[in-house]
Design a protein around this ligand. Structure first.
Ligand code: NAD
Length: 519
């Protein structure tokens, strides 16, 4: 967590970093000025030609070296993530380091083949070849949030593999891991200025948005995402952007679900990373007939969880990032209680663990959509459970949200679950698993719909998203001239009509069948 302090003499602003576990100041980092951001982008542009000229196999070696450093210095990385975010050691390992190292391994294995030139089979213009080449976009800006300070380095790796230079602006809330990232990438021997970290707050991020970048990947809140989208629209140059924003993951539990598995998943999906995930289970809709049984299972499991500031692997629930986030969680729970919700467990700060920032894992029932806890991003260890009449009501309520990142549906009838999953407005819908699992599947794209953003990252398609496509058309030299070239005339028009009729209208059925098969 961080506070911003201004050092007056040197006119330099600093981030003062506070550990959420102890409330103590643990570091101080200088905030990059807009001039420094502009200079970093200029340096990246200078480094671009040499980096782009490297074969992908060479760029892959650097990314593998970075991966190896995260493996070798794993414990130091975990310690730093823990200090910066207050996560449990397991949360830091699973969602940050494991996810990153696994994804880098996969991307490196497939990058060269994915970005190799492709020939498109042409169904009509048999006298030509159509070739696709994947070229780097240029200088890519990546702005990341605090909740997974290393997991989003997957975006950095994809951009670098594609041959771009990258400027990373990590969250001001996790500056220590930002510094460590710069150190590890430099230790991997990346050529100068191919990858740069600029530390700072929103002003630094805004300077990066305003700078001469060729693409931006932003992960963060809807509020900042919309602000950035407006800024980009006002720039002289079109800048492609991927916006990976907030979520309000609905979990739908049908009467034919494996209730034990669903309850365990609700507890993990709602409370892992202290509920501070864009894809946390933020609201549960359970069919009336099984609601009490499911809720009892959830509450009993939540009561067994261990919340502690200890560093041991047996701790289940860690800290909340900063006091403001604690206030949002409290506000949502209090608002729900005032409107008739019942707290079955938790419902307040864990004052035993002060001066750290801890909120007790909480289960609420008798909730509805008049309450903030069901409609706004709570981003805390709170599981609100709402009874619904039937699957139709569950789908209607799941879709009654500005967000559309992840969702899950639970039923032992997979066909029924699939049919309903396709009606949920979300980028990723899991069946009998948590929506958050989607980020762990690095083969799959990661994206939201509605206010959760657009554009996607992750996956080999995500790698192509860091490229511009160059389309080459090569004439095979079989015809002296094209029949449709000037001059126009009755003869060429008749030829065109004959071809049209043969292929699409009253021509030979056999020929049309062959042609359609080719299509
Ligand atoms: P945030 O929007 O406050 O900040 C995100 C980043 O944007 C930070 O680095 C911040 O310094 C920077 N920033 C702030 N103002 C800026 C501006 N005007 N111009 C450019 N950059 C600016 O978000 P946060 O609180 O750090 O993160 C939590 C949010 O991120 C939640 O809403 C969560 O759901 C979302 N999130 C989404 C995903 C996803 O994949 N969709 C993943 C993780 C987190």
């Amino acid at each position: 967590m961080s506070t911003i302090v201004v050092e007056q003499q040197q006119q330099r602003r600093y981030i003062e970093n506070i550990c959420p576990i102890t409330g103590e100041v643990i570091g101080r980092v200088a905030i990059a000025t807009p001039q420094e951001v502009t200079a970093a982008v200029a340096k990246a542009r200078k480094a671009l030609p040499n980096w782009t000229a490297l074969p992908i196999s060479e760029r892959t070696k650097y990314i593998l070296a970075i991966r190896d450093l995260f493996v070798e210095r794993r414990d130091h990385v975990l310690d730093t993530i823990r200090k910066d975010t207050g996560k449990t050691r397991t949360d830091a390992l699973l969602a940050d380091v494991f996810t990153l190292v696994d994804a880098l391994t996969f991307f490196c294995k497939h990058a060269e083949k994915t970005l190799a030139p492709k020939e498109l089979p042409l169904h009509f213009f048999k006298t030509k070849k159509s070739l696709l080449y994947y070229e780097p976009l240029g200088v890519v800006g990546v702005i990341t949030p605090w909740n997974f300070p290393t997991a989003f380095l997957t975006d950095v790796a994809l951009a670098l593999l594609a041959g771009n230079c990258v400027i990373l602006k990590p969250s001001e809330v996790t500056p220590l891991i930002g510094e460590l990232t710069a150190e590890l990438f430099a230790a991997a021997g990346l050529p100068e200025s191919v990858f740069q970290v600029i530390l700072g707050d929103g002003t630094t991020g805004a300077a990066l948005v305003a700078s001469d970048i060729d693409k931006l990947v932003f992960t963060g809140s809807v509020r900042t995402g919309k602000m950035i989208y407006r800024e980009l629209a006002n720039k002289d140059k079109f800048t492609p952007v991927a916006l990976e924003l907030g979520g309000k993951d609905p979990m739908i539990v049908l009467e034919d679900a494996d209730l034990e598995r669903a309850a365990e998943a609700a507890v993990w999906g709602g409370l892992v990373n202290s509920g501070q995930m864009c894809s946390s289970v933020e609201r549960v809709y359970v069919i009336d007939s099984v609601a009490d049984k499911f809720t009892n299972l959830v509450v009993n499991k939540v009561k067994t969880l261990r919340q502690s500031s200890d560093d041991g692997p047996e701790v289940d629930i860690g800290a909340i990032i900063f006091p403001k986030q604690l206030e949002i969680i409290e506000e949502h729970v209090q608002d729900a209680i005032a409107k008739g919700a019942k707290v079955l467990t938790g419902g307040s700060r864990n004052t035993d663990l002060l001066p750290g920032y801890y909120y007790k894992p909480t289960v609420l029932v008798d909730v509805d959509h008049t309450m903030k806890v069901m409609t706004e991003e709570t981003f805390g260890p709170v599981i609100p459970i709402m009874k619904v009449r039937d699957e139709e009501e569950a789908i209607r309520l799941a879709n009654d949200s500005r967000y559309g990142l992840t969702a899950s549906i639970w039923s032992q009838n997979t066909e029924r679950a699939k049919r309903l999953a396709l009606r949920i407005e979300a980028g990723t819908v899991a069946i009998n698993d948590c929506g958050a699992t989607g980020f762990g599947l690095c083969e799959a794209p990661w994206f939201g719909v509605k206010d959760s953003g657009f554009g996607f990252v992750h996956s080999l398609e995500g790698l192509k998203n860091f490229c511009k496509i160059k389309h080459l058309i090569v004439d095979r030299g079989l015809l002296k001239r094209e029949f449709y070239w000037f001059p126009n005339g009755a003869k060429s028009y008749r030829l065109l009509l004959t071809m049209f009729d043969m292929l699409f209208a009253k021509g030979s059925k056999k020929l049309q069948a062959i042609f359609r098969k080719g299509v």
